[in-house]
Structures are given as C-alpha cells and as structure tokens.
Design a protein around this ligand. Structure first.
Ligand SMILES: Cc1cc2nc3c(=O)[nH]c(=O)nc-3n(C[C@H](O)[C@H](O)[C@H](O)COP(=O)(O)O)c2cc1C
Length: 198
C-alpha cells in the first residue's frame, strides 16, 4: 500500500492518487465517494455525498445540477470543502478551496459517456426541488425517452465543477491513537508541508 509515502511526498495530488489507488483496491464500492460541503453567502453550511470524477493539477472534479442546493450555494459562495473517508484503510483526506465550473465541452463529454438512462434521469430531475410523487419522475423519464429517441442533449443546468485545493490534509490511523496527520497548504507555486498533532 501507500505507493508514494506520506512521509516523503512533496506533491499532495500525487499522494492523493496513490491513496485513491489503494482505496479502489480495498473499498467494496464507490472509492471516489466524497462528502462535499458548501455554504450560503452568510455561511450556513450543508453537506452531501458526490462522486469525484477526476483529479489532476486543477483539483477535484464532480458533476451536479447547477439548480440544486449545492449548485445555488456554489453560485453565491465558491468556498467549499471535501472529505474522503476510506473505512477499509482507516484513512481520511480533507480538502478546502474554491470551486469553479469546468468548460462546457468537458461536461458534454462526461455527460455523453454515461448510460442513456442516467442521461434521461439527469434531464428529468429538478434536483433538490419538491417532487410530488415517484410516479411523476418515472413519467417524466418515459416522456423524455420519446422526445429524444437518439442522443440526449446535456441540459445546461447539468455542469461540471472543480475544487481547487488550498489545503489538503492526509490522516492515517496509527496505533494508540497516534495518528499521522500531514497538511499541505498552497504557497505561491508550491506546497508547504507540515505535520499536525493528531
Ligand atoms: C455515494 C453517493 C454519490 C452521489 N454522487 C452524486 C453526484 O456525483 N452528483 C450529484 O449531484 N449527486 C450525487 N449524489 C446525491 C447527493 O448526495 C444529493 O442527494 C444531491 O446531489 C442533492 O444535493 P443538494 O440538494 O445538497 O444539492 C450522491 C449520493 C451518494 C450517496
């Protein structure tokens, strides 16, 4: 495990990649599931799970409905946080930073890589608004199946986002509660690395 060592790592994105690889090998499902916290303009927080779809030097990407609660909160306050917890590894990664939208072409590509049913579902869902009954949702999908027998267009509200990390903290379970915590903080073009008390 731990292909890149927590002790020697200088690039938190590379270390995250190594930990995600371990998680994919040991978690029963959804190793990329992550708690995403957003907040209103005046700081009232909310949190929910999303699937992190890509990690690269830009940051941590996910897709959602821009008109959902999280989408509306991100539009008025770009500050956000993520927390991965891989129970099978007893490891946690916490990230804070600011969120921007991914280019539309990237969202198009990912949208069309998903199953037809997922695409229709995204089109049918007015995410986070009140739904009178499940039947109504099923009927909306059936209707859309007829309207779009071929390619399903990506709805404008279905967007990709990327969390640009300012801080990334790696936490690893240790014997006798002597856990390891390593914090990377962005400073200019590099990362400052510090150990924290557990
Ligand atoms: C494991 C898991 C993964 C999820 N992945 C996503 C996702 O990638 N995008 C998304 O919009 N919702 C995802 N959801 C649903 C969200 O948790 C949430 O219910 C929905 O996005 C509405 O959130 P909001 O009202 O806070 O905006 C996922 C839920 C779970 C349990």
């Amino acid at each position: 495990m731990d292909g890149i060592g927590m002790e020697t790592a200088v690039d938190p994105i590379a270390l995250f990649g190594a930990w995600l690889k371990d998680a994919r090998a040991s978690e029963p499902n959804d190793a990329t599931a992550v708690a995403l916290a957003t907040a209103t303009r005046d700081g009232a927080p909310s949190v929910r799970m999303v699937l992190m779809k890509q990690v690269d030097q830009r940051g941590f990407s996910f897709y959602t409905n821009a008109e959902s609660q999280k989408g509306l909160e991100l539009a008025e306050n770009p500050h956000a946080a993520m927390c991965f917890h891989w129970k099978s590894l007893r490891r946690q990664v916490r990230i804070t930073g600011t969120v921007t939208e991914l280019p539309g072409a990237e969202a198009d590509d990912y949208f069309h890589s998903r199953s037809r049913l997922s695409q229709l579902g995204a089109l049918a869902s007015q995410q986070s608004r009140v739904l009178a009954s499940r039947e109504l949702l099923v009927a909306r999908v059936e209707k859309l199946e007829e309207v779009f027998p071929g390619e399903v267009p990506r709805p404008d509200y279905w967007r990709g986002y990327v969390l640009r990390p300012e801080r990334i903290e790696f936490w690893k379970d240790g014997a006798g509660r002597l856990h390891d915590r390593i914090l990377f903080s962005r400073s200019e073009d590099s990362w400052r690395k510090e150990r924290l008390f557990p």
